[in-house]
Design a protein around this ligand. Structure first.
Ligand code: FES
Ligand code: FES
Length: 155
């Protein structure tokens, strides 16, 4: 099977790899060890595979790995570290917005992209911003509160 070379940046680090044309960015990232990018549905429905590509969120299951050529990708690992959490990560923990945690990486990246574009979102804009990310645990209220608290903090 023909392999296509891909060069991109993931969380600021240069990544070089080769994948067949049909492989999704989700599968490629997970194969390269970025297991924080979660596979929930592979159909673009759940948002658990959300990454930021050149400043915009995408469902990695709906993007081919070859489309990542020359792009900058951020996974949740690129937001903060265990010792130096991004304010969104800290507020998610403090507000109880993380339960099973499966949706959390994608949810955090959608929240990050939202605040980058709109630093003072109202509740409706927050709900819209995370509308592509399904959470079966939290009821979304605590997630929205965590995003609101982060926006206030970052004023
Ligand atoms: S795994 Fe990509 S949207 Fe569900
Ligand atoms: S915390 Fe479990 S799916 Fe969101």
């Amino acid at each position: 099977m023909r392999l296509y070379p891909i060069q991109c940046k993931v969380n600021g680090e240069k990544v070089q790899a080769e994948f067949p044309a049909h492989v999704t960015l989700l599968d490629a990232l997970r194969e390269l060890g970025f297991l924080e990018v979660k596979n929930g549905c592979e159909k673009g429905d759940c948002g658990s595979c959300t990454v930021i590509m050149d400043g915009r969120t995408v469902n990695a299951c709906r993007v081919l790995a070859v489309q990542a050529e020359g792009r900058e990708i951020t996974t949740v690992r690129g937001l903060g570290t265990e010792d130096d959490l991004h304010p969104l990560q800290r507020n998610f923990v403090e507000k109880g917005a993380v339960q099973c945690g499966f949706c959390t990486p994608g949810m955090l990246l959608s929240a990050k992209a939202l605040l980058d574009e709109n630093p003072h979102p109202g509740r409706e804009e927050i709900n819209e911003g995370i509308s592509g990310n399904l959470c079966r645990c939290t009821g979304y209220t605590r997630i929205a509160e965590a995003i609101e608290a982060t926006a206030k903090e970052m004023e």
